[in-house]
Design a protein around this ligand. Sequence first.
Ligand code: COA
Length: 259
Amino acid sequence: MAYTQITTSLTEGILLITINRPDKLNALNYEVLEDLNKATDEVYTNPEIKSAIITGAGPKSFVAGADIAEFKGLSVETGAKLAARGQAIFKKIEDSPKPFIAAVNGFALGGGCELAMSCHIRIATPNARFGQPEVNLGLIPGYGGTQRLIQLIGKGKALELLMTADMINADEALRLGLVNYVVSPDELLAKADEILKKIGSKAPVAIAKVIACANAYFTDGVDGLQYEVDRFGDCCATEDFQEGASAFLEKRAAQFKGK
Ligand code: COA
């Protein structure tokens, strides 16, 4: 796949996606968003890819937000279109049947925080900084920040961050549950790999259903418990369920095929 703003590499089924605009702190311009969309499509469709990590190039920034240089001249219509496009791409990441981890190696501001929050798990380095500073620009988050921040850390603290534009450090993000781990820069990708390899040893269809059920909790009009009942039923029809149960009873490691 040809990309201009990101790089990708596939190792043992894990696609490493690196946003590669370090001179602009990896800000999300139009091309970065479209590259991220294509890479997400690749995760969905390439059977060799089992999971993905998103990180930023350079030592300083994951993503310092949407590209503010592209904001000039936005109107009601073009602004809403931009937000809808970003939201659609981030929703695709959130809905991916294969897990995404955000490896946050520095600033995760605005769209960067929103991108990290659309991933299933977040790991940060000690220099990471999280925030939604859009109100400094007379804006609000447009790529899901007002919704996912509340989902992850609760309404009171989320509203404080959304209204003050304060940045929080990695330890505070860990305390609030915004990130799962804080590790040194040397360990960042290894920790993401370790988690994804562990998830990769489980039944892929079951993993996809877990993600779908977790997202159902936050979907209006969906009865999450009923949704879980139905997905549990789906799992019972898979070869992997037969294999998993047999392997347990035969005291051997299961060999899952994702079927
Ligand atoms: N959009 C476009 N360019 C950005 C950017 C963004 N969101 N964030 C950083 N950059 C650019 C800067 O303009 C600068 O470019 P230049 O060297 O051509 O002037 C370069 O990245 C380095 O940023 P700089 O501000 O010099 O680094 P810093 O270490 O002094 O400050 C930040 C880092 C993250 C605090 C600061 O860049 C910042 O506040 N960025 C905007 C964050 C934001 O509001 N994001 C939400 C957007 S909706």
